[in-house]
Design a protein around this ligand. Structure first.
Ligand SMILES: Nc1ncnc2c1ncn2[C@@H]1O[C@H](COP(=O)(O)OP(=O)(O)O)[C@@H](O)[C@H]1O
Ligand SMILES: Cc1ncc(COP(=O)(O)OP(=O)(O)O)c(N)n1
Length: 268
């Protein structure tokens, strides 16, 4: 029996520390999970946008995963920015080869500032390589529309999109509602049998850089510790809600969330 749960993030580096690998590792740390990383791309990024991206060779991505798995071991894995169809295929092959599970897929495609974080035919690669391996996939509304190839204008259409992603092979899906209008941030969960909504008050803030990364990393952390998927999502929702509602106000644009907030709330 290992003394500490171990989680691996396979994602891009965000120089500003709000999203990507940096947000994932901060989240793992705050949730008392030992964090490890395989970097897919290096972004020059801040709260104002993405200034440049250097995509890494799929070979070095594969080797990072091998190095971690063959020595330290992994209790849960998540993916974020995968940068290219070639990296998606490589990561899927490694997930299969090493039987890595549970597996949280955050289908990162575009930054808040509108910069493309994935080249090529993302829809085809995600569906072919990643959906069939996913314990849960965590699209935001735009990503769900793109992957399910339909418009989502209401709750019923959100359910239909979730069904399409399950039919494509994901074991479960949570379509996040951060980009929806309304007083609450409501996420729709579906495991092929039951729908469940996870809701929290919406904070009126522009500092939401990295919310999706933080949410999916928190789900992975809780799964690594042995939570059921609905329990992991409920904890992740509380974690990201605390991070968003206790602003740090860093930078001149869309600032990062506050990864300490959950710990501070727990102490109260
Ligand atoms: N302003 C907000 N207030 C409270 N929760 C939010 C807010 N924005 C996003 N969330 C929540 O943060 C998580 C990430 O969602 P979202 O921002 O939609 O993802 P992404 O960063 O991938 O676009 C979800 O649980 C969502 O409901
Ligand atoms: C390196 C890197 N990875 C992912 C993102 C996108 O982060 P996400 O949490 O999906 O959302 P926003 O930051 O766009 O709100 C990123 N920007 N950089």
């Amino acid at each position: 029996m290992n003394q500490i749960a171990r989680a691996l993030t396979i994602a891009g580096s965000d120089s500003s520390g709000g999203a990507g690998i940096q947000a994932d590792l901060k989240t793992f740390q705050e949730l008392h999970v030992f964090g490890m990383s395989a970097i897919t791309a290096i972004t020059a990024q801040n709260t104002l946008g993405v200034q440049d991206v250097l995509e890494l060779n799929p070979d070095i991505v594969a080797k990072q995963i091998d190095s971690i798995v063959t020595d330290l071991g992994v209790d849960a894995v998540k993916t974020g920015m995968l940068a290219s169809p070639e990296i998606i295929e490589t990561v899927a092959a490694k997930i299969n080869e090493h039987h890595l599970a549970p597996f949280v897929v955050d289908p990162v495609m575009v930054s808040t500032s509108g910069h493309l974080l994935l080249t090529g035919d993302a829809r085809t690669s995600f569906k072919k390589w990643l959906l069939p391996l996913a314990t849960v996939i965590t699209p935001n509304l735009h990503e769900a529309e793109y992957l399910a190839d339909m418009k989502i204008t209401n709750w019923e259409e959100r359910k239909q999109a979730a069904q399409i992603l399950i039919d494509e092979g994901a074991q479960a899906v949570i379509i996040k509602g951060g980009h929806d209008v309304g007083e609450k941030a409501v996420d729709l969960f579906y495991d092929g049998s039951n729908f469940q909504s996870f809701s929290a008050p919406k904070t009126d803030t522009k500092n939401t850089h990295g919310t999706g990364c933080t949410f999916s990393a928190a789900i992975a952390a809780q799964l690594a510790k042995g939570d059921s998927l609905p329990d992991a999502i409920a904890k992740a929702k509380a974690f990201v809600t605390a991070a968003i509602s206790h602003p740090l106000s860093l930078g001149k644009g869309n600032g990062p969330t506050n990864h300490w907030a959950y710990r501070q709330e727990e102490k109260k």
